[in-house]
Design a protein around this ligand. Structure first.
Ligand SMILES: [Zn+2]
Length: 330
C-alpha cells in the first residue's frame, strides 16, 4: 500500500521526492572569515518512511566510517527508496582536516551534545548537527573506530535494555555487541533523550582504512536500512552470523614501561590468568608477562608497542553475563 511521500525541508533546503540533495551546515566561521561547513547528503525517497541519519568522524581521525558511508550511498537511488536518509560523513570537519580526534578548542565533540548556538566551537558544531539533522530522525547510526593506536573488533555499542535498539543491533549483525550505558554529552544520549533509536558502531583503528571494519560496517548499515524499509530488501540480509552479546569489559594495563609484544588477536578467546603477551624494557633486561585477569573475548588491542606502565594494552569482554556494561568506550 504505497503512497506518495511529500516534499520536506531539511536545513533550509527543500527535498522533493525521489531526489538526492547535497548541502552544508554552517556551525561557525573560521578565524580567517570563511564558513566552517559540515557536508550533508540527503536522499529523499518516493514513499513514506522513517528518517535515518548516518554519521562518522565525530572524532576527526576516525575515518573508517567516512568510507562506510561513501560505500553505502554509492548504489542508492532515491526513486527506489522510502523515507529520508541524511548522511553526514564528516561531523568534526576541522579535526578531520588535521587528523585530530578533538575539535580545535580541544573539546571532545562526542561529549558536547546537545550543544548550544552560543557555546564553544564544539558546542556549536554539536548544536548544528543536532538541531538540523538528528532532531528530524527516528533512527541513527554513528560510526567510530578505536582511538590512540587502539584497534577494535567490529562491535555495536548500544542500550541493549531497549527493545527497539536491541532489535536493530541484531539486524546490523556485527560479530559482537556490548550493552553501553548512555554517556552525558554524547550524541547517543542526546538523540535517545529525544526519542530516537541510536546505534554506535566501533571497528578498526583511527587514521587507517581497515578492510574488515569497513566491510562489516557497510553490510550492517545496509541491513538496517533495508529492515527499516528505507531501501529494498538486501541480499546481505540472508545468512548472517548472529551477533554475540558480550558482558562487562575492561582493559588489561601494562605492568611496566617498555615494549609490549602481544600474543592475542582481535576476536581471540582467552582464559583467566592466560599469558597474552610480554612487556620488556628496550634492552630486554626486565621482562614481565601480561596476563588476562578474566576469561573473555579480545575486543580491542593497542597497536603501539612502546608503552608506559598503566597504558591500556588489551580490551577483554566477558562472555555474556546477566549484568552487562561496557568499559572505556568511544
Ligand atoms: Zn570515536
Amino acid at each position: 500500500m504505497d503512497t506518495t511521500q511529500e516534499a520536506r525541508t531539511v536545513a533550509g533546503h527543500t527535498l522533493t521526492p525521489g531526489t538526492r540533495t547535497e548541502m552544508e551546515l554552517r556551525p561557525a566561521k573560521l578565524p580567517s572569515g570563511g564558513w566552517m561547513s559540515i557536508p550533508v547528503v540527503a536522499l529523499h525517497g518516493t514513499r513514506p518512511g522513517p528518517t535515518v541519519w548516518l554519521s562518522a568522524a565525530i572524532h576527526g581521525d576516525e575515518i573508517c566510517g567516512v568510507e562506510i558511508i561513501r560505500q553505502v550511498l554509492a548504489p542508492l537511488r532515491p526513486r527506489e527508496m522510502a523515507g529520508t536518509l541524511l548522511a553526514v560523513p564528516v561531523v568534526n570537519v576541522p579535526g578531520f582536516a588535521n587528523g585530530d580526534r578533538y575539535m580545535p578548542d580541544r573539546r571532545d565533540l562526542n561529549r558536547s551534545f546537545p550543544g548550544s548556538k552560543r557555546g564553544s566551537l564544539a558546542s556549536r558544531f554539536a548544536h548544528a548537527f543536532m538541531s538540523e539533522i538528528v532532531q528530524l530522525c527516528d533512527v541513527g547510526i554513528d560510526l567510530h573506530t578505536g582511538s590512540d593506536h587502539r584497534r577494535n573488533v567490529p562491535q555495536i555499542r548500544a542500550d541493549l535494555t531497549d527493545a527497539r535498539t536491541a532489535e536493530l543491533t541484531r539486524v546490523f549483525a556485527a560479530p559482537y555487541a556490548l550493552h553501553s550505558r548512555l554517556r552525558d554529552g554524547s550524541l547517543r544520549e542526546a538523540a535517545c533523550s529525544r526519542g530516537a533509536t541510536a546505534l554506535l558502531y566501533e571497528a578498526g583503528e583511527a587514521w587507517r582504512f581497515e578492510r574488515d571494519a569497513i566491510e562489516v560496517g557497510v553490510r550492517g548499515v545496509r541491513r538496517v536500512l533495508s529492515h527499516l524499509g528505507v531501501t529494498s530488501p538486501d541480499a546481505a540480509s540472508a545468512d548472517v552470523v548472529p551477533t554475540t552479546i558480550l558482558g562487562s569489559s575492561s582493559w588489561v594495563r601494562s605492568p611496566q614501561s617498555g615494549l609490549a609484544r602481544l600474543d592475542v588477536e582481535l576476536g581471540d578467546t582467552v582464559t583467566e590468568r592466560q599469558t597474552i603477551g610480554v612487556v620488556a624494557d628496550a634492552i630486554g633486561t626486565t621482562q614481565r608477562p601480561i596476563r588476562a585477569p578474566r576469561a573473555g573475548v579480545v575486543i580491542g588491542r593497542n597497536e603501539s608497542p612502546v608503552v608506559h606502565r598503566g597504558d591500556a594494552l588489551v580490551h577483554i569482554a566477558e562472555h555474556n553475563a546477566a549484568e552487562h556494561s561496557a568499559g572505556e568506550s568511544a
